[in-house]
Design a protein around this ligand. Structure first.
Ligand code: PMP
Length: 321
């Protein structure tokens, strides 16, 4: 299973208006545990084994929106490490059910508090790791996360496009993907545009645009957007940034499925919406690449559920499937 991580396919989208550009999407949902986080989890565990942070029987803890937890759960289980995850309560039922089925100790914490609050998922995980002497994988600051994408995602994108990549559209949860793949791509083509796709309410896109002093809002998209800049996120790599509303994100998540039969999660809707805006702004033909970060099976009760969309006032603009 570990050998199947990465080397995901790249597909051209034909059923969206991409202006004069070609838009390609890398199917990270095809990783064996359903998301791009397989790369991160494998890299973090391998590095920790190498430098002695992990030894047989040692417990692991992570603060995760779910996908890192699911990938860590699979890899830790194969290697015999017990896992605890601290998950904010807005995350989908499917992810939490899956963690439970995989034998993970799941601690649910509040989504409505920010960094510095003891119940904030990162602060909470750090406290438990100290109290229980667990290895805190800390995807937000562990450089093995960046390294995963510098060694695999970036080179794969470069090889699959044969170096013909003019822009890379990416979100930031921890910043691992953007920093690792973005750095690799910029080293190979300094003219490439690294484009941040950020949910509205997150502070990252405003920060890139020099808008400081804003208060973070809330958003329903899972996995990307932050109210702080993670250590693993190098904002200086970013050339353009787009803030995408939940409405737009959910609509694009559904359209990706109904038009292209790509069943991906809601962060992919943010990336697609931003990628299309970027494409439509171009006056010269460009090859633009984005990601389907995780599988939409994790959101059947939300983005693909009419009642849930109705309750959250997101049904109006959403494409009928
Ligand atoms: N999409 C989803 C669904 C995710 O779970 C994550 C990670 N939290 C990302 C995108 C962002 O990836 P990264 O952590 O590398 O910034």
């Amino acid at each position: 299973m570990l050998d199947l991580i990465g080397n995901t396919p790249l597909l051209q989208l034909h059923r969206f208006d991409t202006g004069c550009c070609r838009l390609l999407i890398k199917l990270e949902c095809n990783n064996p545990n359903g998301s791009i986080k397989d790369r991160t989890a494998l890299s973090i565990i391998n590095a920790a084994e190498k430098n002695g942070d992990l030894c047989p029987g040692k417990g692991i803890i992570e603060a995760t929106a779910g996908n890192t937890g699911i990938s860590l759960a699979a890899i830790a289980r194969m290697k015999g490490y017990p896992l605890t995850t601290v998950v904010p309560d807005k995350m989908s039922r499917e992810k939490i059910d899956l963690l439970n089925i995989m034998g993970v100790h799941v601690v649910i914490t509040r989504s409505d508090v920010s960094r510095g609050h003891p119940d904030y998922y990162l602060d909470f995980a750090e406290t438990i790791s100290r109290e229980k002497d667990l290895f805190y994988t800390n995807q937000f600051a562990n450089t093995a996360n960046i390294d995963a994408h510098y060694r695999t995602t970036g080179p794969e994108l470069w090889q699959q496009t044969e170096g013909q990549i003019d822009a890379f559209v990416c979100g930031v949860g921890t910043g691992g993907t953007l920093t690792g793949a973005g750095r690799y791509l910029k080293e190979h083509n300094p003219d490439i545009d690294i484009v941040l796709a950020d949910p509205e309410g997150s502070l990252l896109a405003p920060k890139v645009k020099g808008q400081s002093g804003m208060e973070a809002g809330s958003w329903l998209v899972e996995g990307i957007g932050e109210d702080f800049v993670p250590d693993n996120c190098d904002l200086s790599l970013i050339d353009h940034a787009f803030s995408i509303t939940d409405q737009d994100a959910f609509q694009h998540t559904r359209a990706l499925f109904s038009r292209e039969l790509i069943l991906a999660g809601t962060s992919s809707g943010v990336l697609l919406a931003a990628a299309l805006q970027y494409c439509q702004q171009q006056t010269q033909p460009k090859t633009v690449v984005t990601l389907a970060c995780d599988t939409g099976y994790r959101y059947l009760s939300k983005a693909f559920n009419a009642d849930w969309l109705e309750q959250h006032h997101l049904a109006g603009d959403c494409e009928t499937l």
